[in-house]
Design a protein around this ligand. Sequence first.
Ligand SMILES: NC(=O)c1ccc[n+]([C@@H]2O[C@H](COP(=O)([O-])OP(=O)(O)OC[C@H]3O[C@@H](n4cnc5c(N)ncnc54)[C@H](OP(=O)(O)O)[C@@H]3O)[C@@H](O)[C@H]2O)c1
Length: 277
Amino acid sequence: MDKIIKDKVALITGGSRGIGRAIALLFAAAGAKTVVNYNKSDSCAEEIVQKITNNGGQAIAVKADVSNQAAVNSMVSEVTDQYGEIDILVNNAALAVVKGDALSLPIEELFSSTLTGDEMDLPAEKLAAIWSVNVGGVINCTQSAIPSMIQRGAGKIVNISSIAGLGESTLKKTFYGLSKKVVIQYTKRMAIELGTNGININAICPGAIKTDMLTNFAVSTKNYQSILDEYSNNSLLGRVGDPEDIASVALFLASSLSNYMTGEILTVDGGYSLKNH
Ligand SMILES: NC(=O)c1ccc[n+]([C@@H]2O[C@H](COP(=O)([O-])OP(=O)(O)OC[C@H]3O[C@@H](n4cnc5c(N)ncnc54)[C@H](OP(=O)(O)O)[C@@H]3O)[C@@H](O)[C@H]2O)c1
């Protein structure tokens, strides 16, 4: 692997699992000083750091709930103290549904549980939690990282949105889709605001990717395999995506290979959106 972001300080929110995990591993392999942010999954974050350092890379794990501005500010201070100013920010952390401790259940219990995972069943405060992470978290981290990027006249921000934000949200995921639409609009607006400061800000809209989020999603249909089949059959490439499919595009957007791109929204869904229009 070419070290195309060698010694760049890269903060990946929600780097403990799924897509964020794959981004952290790839960025570290590409030479970055990698910061694995997490909220609840301490052991997963530590495992990634161990894996990276065992391979001769550089990584630290930093706990912070991205929906909490004070926690985000102290995370950014900690990163700066340990590694220096942030060069690359990947706003990846998000929630699709909030179902108490569903994630800690074995998959067979997930399917037999009474949890539905449907937004329609969620009380207002749970919907607010989705909003505060998916939208508030992106804004908090960006606000905290950009002052030093502006000062240095350089920075790369990669926001992970979703095809749900492009109108592909499935039934009972309207609120999630709305939050992801806001991320798209925020990306474009901030590109306008920050372009003359030498900051590139772009977004990726993944399609269905095999992570815990997709497994959780299955709670509402009670059939994980049917979701995989549906997305495979309805994509042009005939398969569901892997986290690495998104990580490689994130690396492109975080590197100098994309220096003349900003405000772009890249769909990475194996052709799902095209086939379904
Ligand atoms: N998987 C898909 O099919 C798909 C499709 C389109 C878009 N996306 C987007 O891709 C991104 C990653 O999704 P994923 O599938 O990898 O999800 P995932 O497997 O559920 O992982 C979510 C990650 O976000 C972190 N997180 C959640 N709340 C947080 C908070 N308050 N503060 C800090 N970190 C928090 C989690 O950390 P802890 O476990 O430590 O709390 C975890 O590392 C999200 O933006 C998602 O909307 C996913």
